[in-house]
Design a protein around this ligand. Structure first.
Ligand SMILES: Cc1cc2nc3c(=O)[nH]c(=O)nc-3n(C[C@H](O)[C@H](O)[C@H](O)COP(=O)(O)O)c2cc1C
Length: 357
């Protein structure tokens, strides 16, 4: 898999979105050999009654249209979150809209939910299911709304109804900074209505025992917003949280000349902020709600920092652009040793450890 050491620098000669398209094309054609990695049993975990061979997931946005799930499971990810998928196809914002901040190992994107739409995604997922060749591993499906929608809740519900049959969890994305009005859905009153409609749609499609509902939030929320969302989670209206999406903040110390591009920032400079918010949410939800820690993970140390702060699972995207898919095998190789050195015999024992004695 570490052909990426040779190919990565070449890919980075292209504009970021072209490079992403080339990478997806190579993955679809099967040109990237699967990683010969095993999963150390110490990394196995069970969340929402589903088994994960390891806790390292692919974050949303890499495989927006659910086209390369098996290639990414083959790269060693413990789960893959596809999307964001909108009900109707839409092109997203004008290009350029994706920028590498190489000096900072960061990315800014303002893609704006470019999506082939839910019907195309469902057709692809149905083909995958029927192929009989799919690899094992939980699939999260990340749902969004169309830019020109007049009823946000109807959009999320429509996507949930069509895609629930293929999902191990449904992620309700109310935190991307690139769709006007979307992040305003993160207030309690709006969320309660939204989650109820998505839950009802899920139940219509596959029954109440269908995939858990997980809310993906922004790392930019204030303490009051976080407390309200924690209450919603503790009430049982949602089953988990993803913390979090890209940030609209620009942390001090960014060196790239592209740091002022509009959009959401991800990658290494997001690690501290997103891990802090994750820790706050773990305390607010008293460790009772499964959390997926996302933001700035580029090593096994970073993954463990998220787990200790309260993440039952973690996911990454931006570091793949700089390190390639071999990163997953490296994290999986190093994490068991780090866990052992810190006195944990199972991954689950490390979850939230920072908040105990
Ligand atoms: C190019 C790009 C596209 C993204 N698209 C989505 C998306 O469609 N939906 C979503 O929920 N998150 C999206 N994200 C956010 C990631 O899923 C993740 O939350 C964020 O990048 C932080 O993780 P990272 O620092 O490991 O990249 C995107 C991120 C990037 C870099």
């Amino acid at each position: 898999m570490d052909t990426y050491r040779a190919i990565g620098p070449l890919l980075r000669l292209f504009p970021a979105e072209t490079a992403h398209g080339l990478a997806l094309g190579a993955l679809r054609l099967g040109l990237v050999p699967p990683a010969p990695t095993r999963n150390d049993p110490v990394l196995a975990c069970r969340v929402w009654g589903r088994d994960f061979a390891n806790p390292i997931g692919l974050a949303a946005g890499f495989d927006k249209d659910a086209r390369v799930i098996d290639a990414m499971l083959g790269a060693g990810f413990g789960f893959v979150e596809v999307g964001t998928i909108t009900p109707r196809p839409q092109a997203g914002n004008p290009r350029p809209r994706l920028f590498r901040l190489s000096e900072d190992e960061a990315v800014i994107n303002r893609l704006g939910f470019n999506s082939a739409g839910m019907a195309a995604a469902a057709a692809g997922l149905e083909r995958r299911r029927k192929s009989g060749r799919q690899l094992a591993g939980p699939i999260g499906i990340n749902l969004g709304m169309n830019k020109d929608t007049v009823d946000a809740g109807a959009d999320y519900a429509a996507a949930a109804e069509v895609l629930a049959p293929f999902a191990d969890y449904l992620a309700i994305n109310v935190s991307s900074p690139n769709t006007p009005g979307l992040r305003a859905l993160q207030n309690r009153a709006q969320l309660e209505g939204l989650v109820a409609r998505v839950g009802a749609a899920r139940t219509r499609a596959v029954g109440a025992e269908g995939p858990p509902l997980v809310l993906k939030i922004a790392p930019d929320l204030n303490d009051e917003d976080l407390a309200e969302i924690a209450e919603l989670a503790l009430s049982g209206a949602i089953d988990g949280l993803i913390i979090g999406n890209t940030t609209i903040a620009r942390p001090a110390g960014l060196r790239s000349r592209r740091k002022s591009e509009a959009g959401g920032l991800s990658g290494r400079p997001l690690l501290a902020l997103s891990t802090e918010v994750l820790g706050k949410m773990y305390r607010l939800t008293k460790g009772e709600v499964p959390l997926i820690g996302v933001g700035g993970i580029s090593s096994a140390e970073d993954a463990l920092a998220k787990i200790r702060a309260g993440a039952s699972l973690v996911a990454l995207y931006s570091a793949l652009i700089y390190q390639g898919p071999g990163l997953v095998s490296r994290i999986k190789a190093e994490l068991p040793e780090l866990l052992g050195a810190q006195g944990f015999s199972r991954l689950g024992d490390a979850v939230g450890a920072d908040h105990r004695g």
